[in-house]
Write a protein that binds this ligand. Sequence first.
Ligand code: AMP
Length: 431
Amino acid sequence: MAESVKRVRGVHDILPEDAHLWRFVEWIIHAVMATYGYQEIRTPVFESTELFIRGVGLETDIVNKEMYTFEDKGGKSLTLKPELTAPVVRAYVQNHLDREAPIARLYYLDSLFRQERPQKGRLRQFNQFGVEAIGSSHPEQDVEVIALAYDLCNLFEPEGLSIRLNTIGSTEGRANYLAQLQTALEPYAAELSELDQQRLRANPLRLFDSKSPATQALLDEKAPLISDYLTEEDRQNFNDVQDGLKALNIPFEHDPKLVRGLDYYTRTTFEITSQQLGAQDALCGGGRYDKLVSQLGGPDTPAVGFAAGMERLLLVAGDRLKEKITPRQPDVYLIVLSDDARTSALVRAQELRASGYTVILETLRRSTRAQFREANRVGAKAAVILGEEEMKTDTCTIKNMTSGDQQTVSPEQLSSALDAILHPPAEDASD
Ligand code: AMP
């Protein structure tokens, strides 16, 4: 046998036994998004590398270290998408969605790619669902987005779910803070990595995105808090967001250190974590990004969104959900007992499927015993049997796989006989 080719590091296969769980979770996400009036958007797997440089920023870990970037045969630099906000905003701008409606409530469920060091809960290809609400600058929009994220995460009943909330103010109010941050950290520059030193010089806010524990510890200890530098309007806005969440009984904690370091982020930032996750405890991250649409060439348009990790959600909820949902069992296993029945079996299976039944057809030409064993293994509720006798009399035999009862019927009677097996009359409780 030839040597097999293995999966590359940091990616995973979703095998059939898990795929139905994924479909179930995806179905819930689609349904909840619909109740909030969000519409699905799908963007290409790869984009021009420039989109992420402009839309995420060169000094971020994502762009600096983690992108899967390659040149196509025409020499154009392309990148597998490492995050989904920039592609969605690119699509919003390019397709002039602003002209179609004053607000675009968009959601996605998609794969993304980052060349990170793989570990539990951290993959190189993973899936996120999230929303981008583009058009409103008002606090009730932030509340709606946080409520939606919380609702969705909460539905899957993770343990120790909590929301951390902060505001990083508007860009106008931030200049003073940046200067103070730089001054406070400058004396410790030598302790930082090359990249973090560069961030300190160019835009110290981006230090908050650093994955270096040393940098994070320094920020914890020495960085001034952005909350001390907010404008009156920013403060009012933050109060309104908090009041909205309280009115909805959504629990949250103000974490003055929750800062997102990208230029286009403004005001609200939030994160939802679950204690069940351990080291990589973030289920969902989000916030307001009023400057991104214009930064990517669109009209000046405020926006707010979140992204949540599907794999992490399944880490916290998968086992419990698996117990609750059973994969759909086939209605019919079509057993073929003679050579002359093979073509009729193909035709009969197709007719039954067209009538809405799920049918598995024997294609391995196994013994009678082996075929019945297989019908049991796949959990078929009925077996339809075609053999020499049935061919001669133009009939089929149906076996109720639960009771073992068997009867021979004409092709016209097949459907009603099957229905009697698949939907037995409910037992009368008064008997
Ligand atoms: P981010 O886009 O980095 O803000 O991440 C948003 C969410 O995606 C996180 O809260 C995680 O749930 C998930 N996530 C981020 N990076 C990874 C990864 N490498 N593997 C699996 N899930 C991830």
